[in-house]
Ligand binder design. Structure first.
Ligand code: FAD
Length: 417
């Protein structure tokens, strides 16, 4: 672990700060401080500013329109944006830029890169992720959405679920089964599908927070051109795994900053409400402080590894387990600090469904109650805690592997065929 930044990082940091000072509004307090509609409108126009100034797609090469930054520069940008509470892109950029774009750079044909990457950057194409299905979440290889070649087109039938941002997207990358006779993880193809057609239906799912951030997506004879395959036909599993690696990305290197901001805010709330005279609350705040410090050091560890060219692997599961459980603990603590007010919350609900509280968001009961609900999902999305523990046990500790019942052809698995 290296706790110091080289001098060139400081120079670059100054440049990023100058950009932020010059372009954020004078009274800027963080994206969370804006009412929802204003925040959405600001993010939309801010995304254009980022695009014009080379702050989108930080790691993509310049030839394809990216910023061409080194890993260290990318982390410095992420840190400065996190400190300023400024968005790093639009609501679908995690799917378009971080997941699909990076995966396309590895697996795409020249033609695919030329066509799709500029459209992702300009915001013309907005993507979502069609992986999970009702019977395929942790066990993603069990997916049953089918695609059959009909002349020059794939015809897709089946269902995806928990599709975040699907209601804001016009394109979806779909894992579809194209050879049902092959073993489970083979016979899957990664398809690029335009959602603007009658065969694609998006139905919102209402969450317990009251928001409707994710969806079911139904395919009924939906079509995409034959060449809209990323990687090989029936070779989609390898592409899917590259994309999941990109989903974890270098985010771990900066996430402790967000959790620090959130804890400082809760500490202020506890003081304002006189809760810090309760020894158990004090103890829980101290425990949270210790955990945020551990996260900071885990971040430095991830950053150092990243700078040495190490891609996130099994060790990313430790960070995922750690932050998601910390987040549930701290938001439970917030509910206890709020007491009865947490049952009838007032104020502004959170802007984000994922990760920590948005910087600058009001320190009121509605915001904390919303963040509390959202934190429940943190131990499910991007791989459940049980699955992360399996990875840590098997791949880091070298414990015996769990029994697996899925080595045969896909259609021999009970319940499918
Ligand atoms: C907020 C949110 C956003 C999401 N966004 C998207 C998205 O945009 N696109 C997308 O494709 N998906 C998305 N997902 C889906 C997410 O990836 C799945 O929910 C997740 O992989 C778990 O799958 P599942 O819900 O089918 O649960 P299951 O896999 O059915 O798991 C049920 C329970 O069994 C446990 N379990 C399963 N297998 C094992 C095992 N081998 N060992 C021990 N325990 C096990 C799990 O830990 C869990 O507790 C999202 C989910 C959430 C909550």
């Amino acid at each position: 672990m290296d706790l110091t930044y080289p001098p060139e990082a400081d120079e670059f940091r100054a440049k990023v700060r100058t950009f932020l000072d010059a372009n954020l509004p004078a009274d800027w307090q963080g994206i969370g401080a804006l009412p929802h509609e204003e925040a959405a409108a600001f993010t939309e126009q801010w995304r254009t500013v980022l695009h014009q100034n080379g702050y989108l797609a930080l790691s993509w090469p310049k030839e394809v329109g990216g910023a061409g930054l080194t890993p260290l520069e990318s982390v410095v940008v992420a840190e400065e944006f996190a400190r300023a509470g400024a968005p790093t892109g639009g609501p679908n950029d995690g799917f378009g830029i971080t997941m699909l774009g990076n995966t396309m750079l590895r697996w795409g044909t020249e033609e695919q890169k030329r066509h799709y990457l500029p459209r992702i950057l300009s915001g013309e194409d907005r993507w979502c992720q069609g992986y999970s299905e009702p019977a395929a979440g942790s066990d993603l290889g069990n997916l049953g959405c089918r695609a059959v070649l009909d002349g020059d087109e794939w015809v897709i039938n089946g269902q995806k679920i928990w599709t975040s941002g699907g209601h804001l997207a016009d394109h979806i990358f779909v894992l579809a089964r194209t050879d049902p006779t092959a073993a489970k993880h083979r016979g899957i193809t990664f398809l690029l599908v335009d959602m603007r057609q009658p065969g694609v239906e998006v139905r919102p799912i209402r969450m317990m927070s009251g928001d409707s951030e994710f969806n079911e997506v139904f395919f009924s004879d939906a079509r995409c051109p034959k060449e809209n395959v990323l990687g090989e036909v029936n070779g989609g599993w390898a592409v899917a795994m590259t994309l999941l690696g990109n989903e974890r990305g270098a985010g771990a290197a900066v996430q402790a900053l967000g959790f620090r901001g959130e804890l400082d805010k809760l500490t202020r709330l506890a003081k304002e409400r006189g809760a810090t005279s309760d020894p158990v609350i004090r103890q829980r705040l101290m425990r949270a402080h210790t955990k945020v410090e551990i996260m900071r050091f885990l971040s430095y560890k991830a950053l150092t590894a990243f700078l040495h060219g190490h891609q996130p692997g099994a060790d990313a599961s430790i960070g995922k387990l750690f932050w998601s459980h910390h987040h549930q603990e701290i938001t439970e603590l917030a509910m206890d600090v709020l007491g009865a007010d947490s049952l009838a919350p007032t104020g502004q609900t959170p802007q984000r469904a994922f990760g920590c509280d948005a910087p600058g968001a009001p320190n009121d009961s509605a915001n904390w109650a919303g963040v509390f609900y959202n934190a429940r999902a943190g131990t499910i999305y991007a791989g459940t805690s049980q699955v992360q523990k399996g990875i840590v046990g098997e791949q880091i500790l070298g414990l015996p592997k769990e029994p697996r019942a899925d080595s045969g052809p896909w259609n021999e698995i009970p319940g499918h065929g």
